[in-house]
Ligand binder design. Sequence first.
Ligand SMILES: Cc1cc2nc3c(=O)[nH]c(=O)nc-3n(C[C@H](O)[C@H](O)[C@H](O)COP(=O)(O)OP(=O)(O)OC[C@H]3O[C@@H](n4cnc5c(N)ncnc54)[C@H](O)[C@@H]3O)c2cc1C
Length: 504
Amino acid sequence: MLSSAPPASPGLGAGTSTSLAQFQALELAWSRLKSGSPPPPAPPFVVTDPSLPPADGRVHDVAVAGGTLGIVYALSLLSSSPELDVCVIEAAPRIAGREQEWNVSDGELATVLEVLERARALLPAGGTPARAVVTTRFPGCRAGFKNEETAGPLLADPASNSYFPADPSEPSGVGYECFVPAVLNVGVSPANLLAECRDLFLSLGGALREGKRIREVRSPPAGKEATPLLVALSDSSPPADGGAPAADELRARLLLDCMGNASPLVRQVRASLGERPDGICVVVGTCASGYDPERNGSGDIIYTNRPIKSDADSGSLQYFWESFPVSTTPGDPGVGGSGKKTTYMFAYLDADGYRPSLTDIFEDYWKELTVFQKAMSVRKNAPFQPDPTFVNRLLAVNFEAMNELGPSVMMPFMQDVVRPGGLLKALLGTFAKDPAFTPQIILHVGLPNLVDWLGHVAAMFLYAAASKLSEGEGGYAGSAKERFLRQTQLDAWKYGSGEDFKFD
Ligand SMILES: Cc1cc2nc3c(=O)[nH]c(=O)nc-3n(C[C@H](O)[C@H](O)[C@H](O)COP(=O)(O)OP(=O)(O)OC[C@H]3O[C@@H](n4cnc5c(N)ncnc54)[C@H](O)[C@@H]3O)c2cc1C
């Protein structure tokens, strides 16, 4: 099936690897990671060069490395400080992102729309064509944690929609479902958004180097910071005669890494620490048409309908599902979808050698596609093997508690922002609903991990307090460097405690 997949999109960002060859390359990387063998050595990306000469030509204030979300950052910089000389370097022949929509929430989209608006305000009206950035909009998503698929949605029957229904005559232990409005319910066209940003960026005088891969960055030694960085580039595609790609370079005062999760800069830092990830999230999925449009009017943000799957060879996995309608009519929510849907199945697991291959997980995907399911990490040799319903019971009760606590707890959580107050309320609510489960959770997590985690929670409370106390702090005295360091401290407190989350 993969060999007949449509050709990959012209962009190179995350989610553009849709061909069989790219899948096989990913399989190889996964099997190397599981085997514990270090990745093939790569030349260092950033090197300190004591003999770096001063620049004798144009020096960009900021070089943005990578132009998927990088072009949005670059436009934001240029539209708020038009005097800056900003250059974006993108390895793909043209900034394009992926073909498939990005799902975001309105709050996240608003940040990007503000940037577009600010940029347009600096240009003569009608200078660049406005494109449809939002190509899909639907009311929201279902979250559900069930040990088996039910004949109909549990939501339709409030009396039995609980892991522990009040009526003892009802079957218990099936699960819980809730509907979370306005989360990941906006489908953004990467092609349209990035084309819009690209046009505006160029109109504001930004510099763009497409089809150029950054090979290396040479930086001056300490004490010579005034010497600009040297960013060495090469053409992404080798010349037709098979010779070496043409080399090129530019100078910049600052390099902003927007090269995504495959960033060679991050890879260098990780390699220097000698660390391998202790947990990963494997995602497989498809975007397909042919679904019933009448039943394609909302999404699934996290959904299970199976207990933990145990296998003697590949350990235990809890599969989760996520799905979003695609290309529904913007501004016409709830009238049913287009019949097109993005569907992912994912599992959280450690990267131990016995874990299944991506091909095996994809095989499970095809088998389970009609019976949505999602996976969480359960170690093969853990001293305590939980009940197969462990994950569903934990999440069903936890979501039931969060849903009852309301949007102030649910909404930040669903948008990956952890706030200590909300976390504490959700934990207490979960404990109150299912106190007998707490010993099992502690046994599964392990006391050392629990103590370590509680330390992080305590730190989040301290960060939240520090962020509140420093609110409105202005006019911090000191050199530019001291002011910058102070600002990074304020940011750490704010973002580290979820204080950046904007409630509607
Ligand atoms: C399957 C999947 C589904 C996802 N779905 C969503 C979603 O629905 N909504 C959402 O918000 N997010 C989603 N994401 C997250 C997604 O990764 C980001 O939203 C987005 O792609 C991140 O953009 P980025 O620019 O940070 O990184 P990337 O998309 O990885 O882009 C990095 C860019 O850097 C360039 N680059 C890399 N190395 C170099 C180099 N040496 N020189 C020059 N250029 C270089 C690449 O060509 C690329 O354009 C999904 C990710 C995956 C994998």
